[in-house]
Design a protein around this ligand. Structure first.
Ligand code: AN0
Ligand code: CP
Length: 317
């Protein structure tokens, strides 16, 4: 595997899930694959889970790991070609990428949507430059439009907890004070569409995601109808995709918070969230602390999804 940025890169999901089970059962069996190989993880944005779980996955595979936080100690990077660099940016990404690539064998990149320019974000301007100019296998640790390591971990978690063959999985928008990217919901939708689950998205009008990710998916504006008989409630906030308010928060309607009353409408649904989550904005204390909350095993599965991806990349170099 030379790149991992979207669901197509992993191949058939049944095979990917079988590999996940393999890695989970024997996490240290491929240490020879990673010996004397170096993973470089580059963060343009904050992280707790991705940082730790991806490092742990690489260590399980016997690799060395280097982590760089671009905004803490590295030079500020210019990302556009043709700019006269007389401002606060000391280095161009077109030099920085091949230099960084010369120190490692595999690269992970976290680069969120900036939510200023839809074309810049949706063209994956930063991630694609790493793919084009590094000459190394590159995987996304959440880019502008997708978070595939998260979605893969979510899929593994649903498979582990589902009680029926074809569960009803509901992605619900929930309120948040700040503008957040659409990457997590886009990606979750993209992965769920590849399963045969009953998949429903619910959100206030105006929060439609890009059809590239939701085509063919049932969008239910009636939140109670969406929750009815659900087996999984997957909560996430996202800012507006559609113009003219791209990247803006136009509604923080608190009635969309996941609470006990709404969870009562479900079929004892499990509660999921990628974390970090703001309690009593996105989800009530009671729901996230309940026996049906699986946010911790969901986060733990981030090691598994990362390990499957890095292992495939090691096999290809
Ligand atoms: C990020 C987001 O919504 O994309 C990361 C989630 C994994 N969340 C925040 O910035 C709070
Ligand atoms: N879910 C997730 O990616 O968390 P971090 O932002 O903490 O890495």
């Amino acid at each position: 595997m030379k790149k991992f940025t979207c669901v197509q890169d992993i191949g058939p999901l049944d095979i990917a899930l079988a590999k996940a089970a393999e890695v989970k059962a024997n996490p240290f069996s491929d240490q020879i694959l990673g010996k004397n190989k170096t993973l470089l993880m580059i963060f343009f944005n904050s992280s707790l889970r991705t940082r730790l779980s991806t490092q742990k996955a690489a260590l399980n595979l016997g690799m060395n790991v280097i982590v760089l936080d671009i905004n803490q100690g590295a030079w500020k990077l210019e990302t556009e070609r043709g700019v006269i660099m007389d401002g606060d940016k000391s280095e161009h990404i077109l030099e920085a990428i091949p230099v960084m690539a010369s120190y490692c064998d595999i690269i992970g990149v976290r680069s969120f949507a900036r939510l200023e320019d839809k074309a810049f974000d949706y063209n994956e301007t930063i991630l694609n430059q790493f793919i084009e100019y590094s000459g190394k296998p590159v995987f996304s640790m959440e880019a502008a439009t997708r978070h595939p390591l998260q979605s893969f971990a979510d899929l593994i978690t649903i498979e582990e907890y589902k009680k029926v063959e074809r569960p009803k999985v509901v992605l619900t928008w929930a309120p948040h004070p700040k503008a957040l990217p659409q990457a997590v919901p886009n990606s979750f939708a993209e992965w769920m569409r590849e399963t045969d689950y009953e998949f429903v998205i619910t959100h206030p009008e105006g929060y439609e995601l890009s059809e590239d990710f939701t085509k063919g998916v049932r969008i239910e504006y009636d939140i109670e109808a969406a929750y009815k008989d659900a087996d999984f409630i997957y909560a996430k906030n996202w800012s507006k995709f559609n113009d003219p308010d791209y990247g803006k928060v136009v509604n923080i309607d608190r009635s969309w918070m996941v609470d006990e009353k709404k969870m009562q409408l479900t079929r004892n649904a499990k509660f999921m969230h990628c974390l970090p989550v703001r309690r009593n904005m996105i989800v009530s204390d009671d729901v996230i602390e309940s026996k049906d909350s699986i946010v911790i095993p969901e986060a733990a599965n981030r090691v598994v999804s990362a390990q499957v991806v890095i292992r495939e990349m090691l096999k290809s170099i």
